[in-house]
Structures are given as C-alpha cells and as structure tokens.
Unconditional design. Structure first.
Length: 224
C-alpha cells in the first residue's frame, strides 16, 4: 500500500467569470523512502498540488489517501493530528517565529499535541544533522537565509514524519548550501522518510529517484 496516493486530484478556480484548473486530474503514488522531485515554472500548479497533498487545501475533485485514510474526509482535529504526526512541511519563504530561539522553533510541532518522549534530545540531534547545533540559542534575526531554511527542515522532522513535503526549499540559497540541503533530503529518504519536493532548479534533479514535470496543472514523468 502506498504511503500517499493522489487520485485524479483537481483544483478549480474562477477568475474574471472564467474557470480554470490550477491542478488538473493529477494521480501520483508515493512510497516510503521515495524521493520525488516535481519541476515546473512558477504558476504551473506545483504549490497547489503540495498544499492539497498536505491537507492544507481542499480539492475540487479527486482524493488524497494517506495509507487507507481519505484526508479530506477527516474532521479538522483529525486532519491536524495526522499532519502533525505524519507529515513534515517545509514551506516557501521563512516561517520561523521571531521571538523564539532556534531550539524552541524546532520544538514547536512537538507540543501542539500531547505526546511523550525526549523532545530536547531529538531537537539537538536534528540541529546537528542540519549542521547548525551551534546556533540553538540564536534568534531568526541573527541567521542567514540558508540557516533559517535548515531550522525549518529540522522543525519539519522533529515528530519523525513518514512524509516530508518541501516547497521550493532551495529557491533563495547559494549553490553550496543548495547542494548540502539536497544531500540532506537524500539521506532522509534513504532512512525511510518519503520526500516530495517541488523546485524549478534543474541542477537539483539528480538527487531524486523519480522526477515529474508540472505544466498548466498537468503532471507527467520528466523527459530527460
């Protein structure tokens, strides 16, 4: 059984009295340990597809199955718990809380629902994994763009998700930092966490085991 199964997923919008599909009948199966890259121009529907896959946006038609569960038939509380427990999300841009330290930002998802375990130990391990454990007591305003992105990745992983979704995670990073982040995602996938990533950067595609192109809401295997 697939970890994540998208079935004929469609999102329709209306603009100026006319309807158009930002995502048009997309089907995709994601298995544990997959590293799937989706490439496409800005406005091609990539972010809309990710947001529906994570349960942040409801589809006009089609289903999103996480295991056997149709996530868009869950209650708000059930869906929030599923996302918190099973899905790590690295959004575009910076979403760190400015009045929280790096360490506290990483820990936030842990405390959204009651759970047991050593969150402090887990957070420090993740900060070491992304190479910024020395910045644990720093605040976002003291970090570079690449460092903030690493904090976002550590935060997305703190609850040991089965699926990591990343939306243009290297869009504002230099070449060296981009390579480091992509290598990290590759290691995460090899450890068993599925990675679903969208990008417009061709030089990152070699890290994934499956590559797709999105164009005008349609998803197809990438032609090399």
């Amino acid at each position: 059984m697939a970890l994540l199964q998208l079935n004929e997923l469609t999102k329709e919008y209306r603009r100026g009295g006319r309807a158009f599909n930002a995502v048009n009948g997309v089907s995709l199966s994601v298995e544990a340990g997959d590293f799937i890259s989706i490439i496409g121009r800005s406005g091609s529907g990539k972010s809309t597809l990710l947001n529906m896959s994570a349960g942040l946006l409801s589809p006009t038609a089609g289903t999103v199955l996480f295991g056997e569960r149709d996530i868009h038939r869950l209650s708000d509380k059930e869906l929030s718990f599923l996302r918190n427990e099973k899905v790590g999300y690295v959004p575009q841009g910076q979403t760190l809380l400015s009045n929280f330290t790096v360490f506290d930002n990483v820990c936030i998802p842990w405390f959204l629902f009651k759970r047991e375990g050593d969150v402090e130990g887990r957070a420090f391990i993740l900060l070491e994994k992304v190479g910024i454990s020395h910045l644990a007591a720093s605040y976002p305003r003291e970090l570079s763009g690449g460092e903030m992105r690493r904090v976002s990745i550590a935060r997305a992983l703190v609850n040991e998700p089965a699926l990591l979704i990343a939306d243009e995670p290297t869009s504002d990073l230099d070449t060296g930092t981009t390579a480091e982040i992509m290598a990290l995602f590759s290691r995460i996938a090899k450890e068993g966490t599925a990675v679903l990533l969208v990008t417009h950067e061709l030089d990152t595609l070699s890290y994934g085991n499956r590559i797709y192109t999105m164009d005008a809401g349609n998803l197809s295997p990438h032609a090399a």
